[in-house]
Every structure is written in C-alpha cells, then in structure tokens.
Design a protein around this ligand. Structure first.
Ligand code: C5P
Length: 230
C-alpha cells in the first residue's frame, strides 16, 4: 500500500470573498469549509499525515479541527502559512515524514470526490505527478497589459487545473528546491514540477470540485451541502 501525506493550504487573506474570516474557516451547515474538505480524504488507504498551513491566528483553530476529525493513526499538524500559496506549501513540506505520495489540496475545495482522489493517486504513483483538471468550458483569451487580446489559444488543448495535485515525495521536494534556487513562482504546485522538467498528467475531475473564491461560490456551496445533508 502506498503511504500518503495530505497538505492543505488554508492561509491567505480571502480578499475576493469580502469577509473578515478567511474562507477555510467560514461555516457551512455547522462545520468549517476546512473540516468538510479534510473529511473527503479520510476514506483513503495509506493516509498517514495531514498538514494544514494557515495564518498564525488560526493555528489553534486548525489543530482543533484536525483533532476532531482525524482517526488516531493519522497525525495532524498545523504550520504557519506564508505570503504566497507557494510559501505556505513550502512550510508544510518541511514537516513531511517518509511517505510515497504527497497530495496537495486547496482548503476551499470541499466537494472533491473520494473516487477522483483515488484515480489521481493511482496515476501519480505510475507517472510521478498527476493533477485533477477539467476541460476549459469558456474560450480563454491571452491579453496584454491594456486588456487587448493577444491570442485565442485552441480551447481543445486547454484544461483548468484543480486539486488534489499528487506527486512522488522526491519529485515535489526537488521541484520546490529548484523553484527556490531560481526564484521561480507558479500559481499551482504542478507548474513547479513542470519547471523541473518532469511530465505532469491530468486526470479528468468534475465541475463540482470548484474552488470557493467569490461570494457566489459560497452560495452555491451552501446549496450543495444542504442537498447532501438533506
Ligand atoms: O488564493 P487562492 O485561490 O490561490 O487559494 C488557494 C488555496 O491556497 C486556498 O485554500 C488558500 O487558503 C490557500 N493559500 C495559502 N497561503 C496563501 C494564499 C492562499 O495557503 N498565502
């Protein structure tokens, strides 16, 4: 059985949500979004550790949530997040034990399905790096500084990256080391692995695994949770 560690970035200001409380700590149906998210991973074979990266004020809140939801054989940690998502992940990577796979999953994607996580882990085990994603449904424009369109890439080759993003431990550790040396920054973890020169495979996910980003997303999340809990 492959052993797995789960890193959950849950820091950041949440400015797009226009709320004081950071998104992962907003409540939906009596539990924080972070709690809903962690629970999606608990049926996974070989899970040994969950690390949450969060701002210092929320460290103890994160610990309380982990204590509540994790079974005894899964260790929970919370670590301080950084200014950028990449810094938050770097701090979490520093406390990894000896595991086969590292899964990185946004705290604000509570609707990821367990079967998709399993598929993504299987592919990562085979190829070293795999992420969930969905084919782009909108036409995507590349623009210049003044918002003039420069290019319309062929939509058939465009996918939206989601999480989890799953890697062999040595691959993601090396990718973060190289990114630090070269001061390379990316908006997801796979882009650091691509920069390392390794292939990343996309596994088809689903639209329900959306990232709660704007107030409208929170309304949709509430509806989905209410539907699920009846
Ligand atoms: O800001 P973005 O939408 O990319 O956030 C994705 C995830 O990364 C969220 O779960 C957020 O809490 C986390 N994040 C973080 N540290 C930051 C910024 C974002 O852990 N500095």
């Amino acid at each position: 059985m492959t052993t797995k560690s789960l890193i959950i970035p849950a820091a950041g200001s949440g400015s797009r949500m226009q709320k004081e409380t950071p998104k992962p700590f907003l409540e939906l149906s009596g539990a924080t979004i972070l709690e809903h998210t962690v629970r999606q991973f608990l049926s996974l074979d070989g899970l040994v550790q969950v690390v949450v990266a969060t701002s210092d004020e929320y460290l103890s809140h994160a610990n309380t949530i982990l204590d509540k939801v994790l079974p005894e054989d899964v260790k929970g940690y919370s670590v301080s997040g950084g200014d950028e998502r990449q810094d938050s992940i770097r701090n979490a990577l520093a406390v990894l034990p000896d595991v086969d796979l590292v899964m990185i999953h946004d705290a604000v994607r509570p609707f990821v399905e367990a079967k998709r996580i399993v598929e993504c882990c299987k592919e990562a085990q085979r190829s070293g790096a795999a992420i969930l994603g969905v084919p782009a449904k909108d036409t995507i424009k590349r623009v210049d500084d003044s918002q003039f369109v420069e290019e319309t890439p062929d939509r058939n080759f465009l996918w939206q990256a989601q999480t989890p993003q799953v890697f062999h431990k040595n691959v993601i550790v090396k990718a973060f080391e190289k990114a630090k040396r070269d001061r390379f920054s990316g908006t997801d973890d796979a882009s650091l692995v691509e920069y390392l020169g390794r292939k990343v495979r996309i596994v088809k996910g689903s639209q329900t695994n959306f990232k709660i980003t704007y107030p409208l997303d929170l309304d949709i999340a509430r509806m989905l949770i209410e539907k699920k809990t009846g």
